[in-house]
Design a protein around this ligand. Structure first.
Ligand code: ZN
Ligand code: MN
Length: 471
């Protein structure tokens, strides 16, 4: 019996982090700005104003396209997309219809290629808020005219979990490219997800779930819709219906909003106030050279440097730690491992800001610490203790070792072999100790101190000896 097939495609809107807006010189960073303070006649849609294309936004989009293997046509253009909504003062959005900046391309997730249909550039609308219990709504036009890059995938995604992974991959790549902060909570990245179910050549309606603003919601909403469409499958009519639904994140369910407009309803036509965009081959190859190392390439370079693949994988998802690690003189596995485990844990546990941490413990001090382990001067366990002290005081490992007398343990392994010898020579006393007569430990301490001529650090000796006797 043929199985149900889930078909998912995503449209992702990404706010570009340019200095100014898409078609005017207003500040594009509206964070912490009072409503309607970052506006001008152009983004307020005053009659007689003319838009001017933000070249940086165009180049950021081209760079993103190149990074995903898109084809960059020599010429593209802007179009007006008409619709009426209170957050859109012009009554149309400047977008791109039939000649986007980037065509094709792909994103790879666990060896599965998700093809891209296109990446185009457009402007954002303003933001509406609906105060509870009031009979009016408020509009903030600070966001009107913010450059938005829209990334459209082909319907190649097969599960809600894969849709989430796609978003996560994309976010990481956009951050590495430096074109967007891609923070979903702040609305830099918003996702519309299309889903349908197929079986035996029959298809459910295509449902578009609008405005998903977290990774979790993308997966949850799609899983809910997948279930709903499958359960009702036999009852769906044969026509290729398109339905728009919203997601209620409190209830974890989707709800119908409207039957979708077709492209014709938007009355697209070429934007008469803007010239077509032309990008020369030479500019494209320049932009190609400006592309920073992407997560996948970085991963490969780490593995080539001898870093374990799973550690490399964990690290590349934490750009701060990556930057920290790469400030080391040399890329080495032991440093990478320490950063991925100890440093990352310490940052969570100590609730210390990364900036403060970095001031106290530059990566060179981690390298020093691990060298001391490598030379057998300290054990891995004391390295962790010393590291905790380094975070608190910012002191160098050598200073901490001296201060805490840890250098006496310099021959931890020598001390251990002395302990082993003395313990093995006195099986009867070991038995007494294990039977509860713990005071016999004094005999062992005395004997070992005698053997080491008093050089053993008493605390360390006590710890190692207790460990040995309890085995
Ligand atoms: Zn403006
Ligand atoms: Mn759009």
């Amino acid at each position: 019996m043929p199985e149900f097939k889930t078909i998912i495609g995503l449209e992702i809107h990404c706010q570009l982090k340019t200095k100014s807006k898409m078609f005017c010189s207003c500040n594009n960073n509206a964070e912490n700005a009072e409503p309607n303070t970052l506006v001008c006649p152009v983004c307020l849609a005053m009659p007689g104003t003319l838009p001017v294309t933000n070249q940086t936004a165009v180049e950021m989009t081209v760079m993103t396209g190149l990074a995903f293997g898109c084809q960059i046509p020599v010429e593209s253009k802007f179009d007006r997309k008409h619709y009426f909504y209170p957050d859109l003062p012009k009554g149309y959005q400047i977008s791109q219809y039939d000649q986007p900046l980037c065509k094709g391309g792909s994103v790879e997730i666990n060896d599965h290629i998700i093809r891209l249909n296109r990446i185009h550039l457009e402007e954002d609308a303003g933001k509406l808020t609906h105060p509870v219990g009031k009979d009016h709504s408020l509009v903030d036009l600070n966001r009107a005219g913010t450059p938005l890059m829209e990334i459209v995938s082909e319907p190649d995604i097969t599960t809600p979990a894969e849709a989430r992974q796609f978003m996560e991959e994309l976010q990481l790549a956009l951050r590495y490219l430096g074109v967007s902060d891609a923070d979903m909570e702040k609305g830099h990245l918003r996702c519309d997800a299309n889903i349908s179910i197929q079986k035996n050549g029959k298809s459910s309606p295509i449902v578009e779930i609008k405005n998903l603003n977290s990774f979790k919601f993308v997966e949850q909403a799609l899983a809910f819709e997948e279930k709903r469409l499958t359960a009702d499958f036999a009852n769906w009519p044969e026509n290729r219906l398109k339905i728009t639904r919203g997601f209620d994140s409190n209830k974890g369910i989707t709800f119908e909003q409207r039957r979708k407009e077709e492209a014709a309803d938007y009355r697209y036509f070429p934007e008469p106030d803007l010239p077509p965009i032309q990008i020369s081959e030479s500019r494209i190859s320049e932009i190609k050279k400006e592309i920073k190392e992407l997560p996948k390439q970085k991963h490969q370079r780490y593995v080539d440097a001898g870093i374990r693949p799973d550690i490399a994988e964990k690290l590349i998802r934490q750009p701060q730690l990556v930057e920290y690690l790469e400030s080391a003189a040399e890329l080495k596995h032991d440093i990478a491992l320490f950063v991925s485990e100890e440093v990352s844990r310490a940052l969570v546990e100590n609730k210390i800001s990364f900036a403060d941490y970095q001031k106290r413990v530059p990566i060179s001090k981690i390298a020093d610490l691990l060298n001391l382990v490598g030379e057998g001067i300290i054990s891995k366990t004391s390295a962790k203790e010393i590291f905790a002290e380094m975070i608190m005081t910012g002191e160098a490992p050598a200073g901490i070792i001296k201060k805490q007398g840890l250098e006496q343990v310099s021959d931890c392994s020598e001390l251990e072999s002395t302990i082993n010898r003395v313990v093995d020579e006195n099986p009867d006393l070991v038995e007494k100790y294990r039977a509860g007569k713990t005071q016999v430990i004094g005999f062992f301490v005395g004997k070992i101190m005698q053997t080491t001529k008093g050089k053993a650090n008493p605390q360390v000796l006590n710890r190692l000896l207790t460990q040995r006797l309890s085995k």
